[in-house]
Design a binder for this molecule. Structure first.
Ligand SMILES: [Zn+2]
Ligand SMILES: [Zn+2]
Length: 142
């Protein structure tokens, strides 16, 4: 798996470093986590990695397109390593849990706007809001 992450970094001409590999591994195993969670995950495996290093890595990986930053309205930014497929998210209004939702028809049909107003559209952001099963069942107390 580590070699996969190395290949990803090389494919976007980023130098392979331990913090970058650690962040990619953390996001691969834990999609849709916020910055604080990424820091905790990375430092569990690599205690010497600083908070600032994780911030810098997240920015570099996001800029390079290896990591996607999602920020539902009113929520903290989350990160995931599933990129390039324009999938959507469903967000729980109560606890903030996030799950992936594939496009309804084929790939990226939402990019076909009914009227693009002359814009060259490259992304469509759809967020579904609701209540997750745990919250519906009252299993998480708030
Ligand atoms: Zn919930
Ligand atoms: Zn996702």
């Amino acid at each position: 798996m580590t070699s996969d992450f190395e290949a990803q970094l090389r494919s976007v001409s980023l130098r392979v470093t331990r913090p970058r590999l650690a962040v990619l591994a953390a996001l691969h195993d834990n999609p849709h986590v916020d910055t604080e969670a990424v820091i905790a995950l990375v430092r569990k495996a690599h205690p010497a990695v600083s908070h600032q290093a994780v911030y810098d890595v997240l920015r570099a990986l996001t800029d390079a397109g290896l990591v996607r930053r999602i920020q539902p309205a009113g929520a903290t930014a989350r990160y995931e390593s599933r990129v390039g497929d324009n999938h959507h998210h469903v967000v729980c209004r109560s606890c903030g849990a996030i799950a992936d939702v594939d496009c309804a028809i084929g790939d990226a049909p939402c990019l076909t706007a009914s009227d693009d107003h002359g814009y060259a559209i490259d992304e469509a952001e759809v967020v579904f809001w609701g209540t997750c099963p745990d919250c519906s069942a009252g299993r998480i107390a708030h």
